[in-house]
Write a protein that binds this ligand. Structure first.
Ligand code: PCA
Length: 189
C-alpha cells in the first residue's frame, strides 16, 4: 500500500507552510503503508502537473493532499472540490484567475482556459472516510471539523484535479483522494 501525501510551498507572504511542515515530519512507513511525500508549488497549473508526475511515478493507492487554512480554529477535513478558480490573491506564479473552471469542457466555449477535458463535473466528493477521520481526531482531543468548501484557490484546484484523475479508472488511476486543511503554526499566528 502506497499513500502519496502532499503539502504546499509557502504563499501569500508567509515563509513556511504548515502543510509541508506536517507532511515532511511524517514517518516513511505508517501501519505498513509506504508514505510518499511531495511538496507541491502553490500555483494553479504547476500544482496539477506536480501531482500528476507524482501519481505517474508512484502509482499510489491513496492520495492525501494537505494545505494551509490561515486563521482556521481547527483542522478541516474537506468533503468537496468544485470546478472553479476564483483567486483572492495571485498564486506564486502571479496568476489570479477569476470565475474560471479548473478543467474546461471541450464543448464549453465560454471557458477557454486549459486543460480541456471531455467531461468536467461541477464538483467531486472526496473519496476518503472524512467523517471517521474527523471523529478520530476529535476523540484524540485534536480540534477538527468536516468542511464543505475547500475554497476556490489552489487547494480546491488540486483536490479537484486529484479527484478528476482518480475518476479515470480506464487510465489505471483509481486512488482514493482527500484533502485536509491545517491552521497556521504558532509562529505564523
Ligand atoms: N493553502 C491554499 C493554497 C496553498 C495552501 O497551502 C488554499 O487553501 O487554497
Amino acid at each position: 500500500m502506497k499513500i502519496l501525501v502532499t503539502g504546499f510551498t509557502p504563499f501569500g507572504g508567509e515563509t513556511i507552510n504548515p502543510s509541508w511542515e506536517a507532511v515532511r515530519a511524517l514517518d516513511d512507513s505508517i501501519a505498513g503503508a509506504d508514505i510518499i511525500k511531495c511538496e507541491i508549488p502553490t500555483e494553479f497549473e504547476a500544482s496539477i502537473d506536480a501531482l500528476k508526475a507524482a501519481i505517474d511515478a508512484h502509482q499510489p493507492n491513496a492520495i492525501l493532499c494537505v494545505g494551509q487554512f490561515g486563521g482556521s480554529p481547527s483542522i478541516q477535513i474537506e468533503r468537496v472540490a468544485i470546478n472553479l478558480r476564483d483567486a483572492r490573491i495571485p498564486d506564486n506564479k502571479g496568476n489570479q484567475p477569476v470565475d474560471e473552471p479548473v478543467f474546461s469542457q471541450g464543448e464549453n466555449a465560454y471557458f477557454s482556459t486549459l486543460p480541456v477535458v471531455d467531461s468536467a463535473p461541477d464538483a467531486f466528493f472526496s473519496t476518503i472516510p472524512t467523517r471517521q477521520i474527523t471523529d478520530r481526531l476529535r476523540a484524540a482531543g485534536i480540534p477538527a471539523a468536516l468542511s464543505y468548501s475547500a475554497g476556490t484557490y489552489v487547494c480546491n484546484n488540486l483536490l479537484y484535479a486529484a479527484l478528476y484523475e482518480s475518476s479515470q479508472a480506464e487510465k489505471g488511476n483509481s486512488a482514493r483522494c482527500g484533502f485536509i486543511h491545517v491552521p497556521y503554526l504558532p509562529d505564523q499566528a
